[in-house]
Design a protein around this ligand. Structure first.
Ligand code: NDP
Length: 330
């Protein structure tokens, strides 16, 4: 079977020498093991962090080993009665066509009438990130003025919609005019702008939110963070979800130069990791699954096809090739 092997830790943007598509052999199944044919793979910005050889909340990829990531597959051989042939499962052995498991790392999915790949997007960690970040960390209120950076991406597009459903005013930024139009017309945000066409993000935000931002959900960092801080209301909250602006930086990136705003406006800023909120999964699934079933939530996916396309799909996250969740269909 084919899988993507990690070669070396890149400096700057990963390139064609960072990973290689290789052929691997499978051994026989032992007692308790199952063979899974992967159907859907997730590619995510956090995987760039696993290409840095440093201690973090997930271990770095190891040169010479296959990469890992979220995947959904079907059991095609089974020595484990808990996961019989035909069972649909979610696990972390992505970036490859086949996987062997003893069942301990598998979660059964499906059965709710939702497309399987939804468990890698809106009903999976992406949706949980949006929901927990907004509600548990950001403590979203109906009278909030919410600014979402990376608004047309996987997490951002769910954040925008959940904030709108709660009654908040929502402003989103994205990197193309078509994404901006999609945010306004399909997701119903109150205002959206193309950050690549704004030479003064602080002024752009001031014109769209003259009353100030009370809650900033940040997927990007950098200039977005600086501009949002300059436009926060007193006692505003910043939910620091991601900093994709600097994931491929070749050297450490300077922080905002307006930290005095932080004090002056009494801003509270908190980072978070979605997996810390797994205990809230049922509440999340009831909330977001309910909206989805009721047709109140748009779940947008950008799908690339074939194991060969996986790496291009991943790199596409850094050039904005996706609207909504980037997925690989095998
Ligand atoms: P997205 O679907 O949002 O994909 C990434 C998007 O980021 C691209 O489509 C692109 O859109 C935008 N982007 C890429 N480079 C830049 C840049 N230099 N400046 C501004 N925008 C850029 O990915 P996810 O929704 O999966 O993740 C969004 C963020 O949330 C990431 O930072 C990720 O690391 C973080 N995250 C954090 C989690 C947590 O637990 N804390 C969990 C999951 C994600 P555009 O065309 O608009 O530029």
């Amino acid at each position: 079977f084919k899988g993507w092997q990690f070669q070396h830790y890149p400096v700057g943007m990963p390139d064609s020498s960072t990973v290689t598509l290789v052929e691997e052999q499978l051994g026989d199944l032992s007692t308790g093991q199952v063979l899974i044919k992967n159907l859907w793979l997730s590619v995510d910005p956090y995987m760039r962090g696993r290409m840095i050889n440093t201690k973090s909340y997930v271990p770095p990829f190891q040169p010479g080993e296959l990469l890992q990531g979220g995947a959904i597959g079907k059991v095609i051989e089974s020595n484990n009665p808990q996961f019989p042939v035909g069972a649909e499962v979610m696990h972390m052995q992505g970036w490859r066509e086949l996987a062997i498991s003893d069942g301990s790392d598998l979660t059964a999915v499906g059965g709710h009438g939702l497309p399987l790949q939804n468990y890698l997007s809106v009903m999976g960690l992406t949706g949980l990130t949006a929901w927990a970040g907004l509600n548990k960390v950001g403590q979203l209120r109906a009278d909030d003025v919410v600014f979402v950076s990376g608004a047309a991406g996987a997490v951002g597009s769910i954040v925008c919609q959940l904030a709108k459903l709660a009654g908040a005013k929502v402003i989103g930024s994205a990197g193309s005019d078509s994404k901006v139009a999609w945010l306004s017309q399909q997701l119903g945000v109150d205002a959206a702008f193309n950050y690549k066409h704004s030479d003064d993000l602080t002024a752009t935000l001031k014109s769209l939110a003259p009353e100030g931002i009370s809650l900033f959900f940040d997927n990007v960092g950098g200039a977005h963070l600086q501009a949002a801080m300059a436009n926060m209301q007193d006692f505003g909250r910043i939910v620091s979800c991601g900093m994709i602006d600097q994931y491929n930086a070749e050297a450490p990136v300077a922080g905002p130069t307006n930290m005095a705003d932080f004090i002056r406006r009494r801003i509270r800023m908190q980072g978070f990791i979605a997996s810390d909120f797994m205990a809230d999964y049922q509440q999340f699934a009831a909330d977001v699954g309910g909206y989805l079933m009721a047709g109140k939530l748009v779940n947008q996916e950008t799908v690339v096809e074939g194991i060969e396309s996986t790496y291009d799909g991943f790199l596409g996250l850094f050039s904005g090739a996706n609207t909504g969740k980037m997925l690989v269909k095998l």
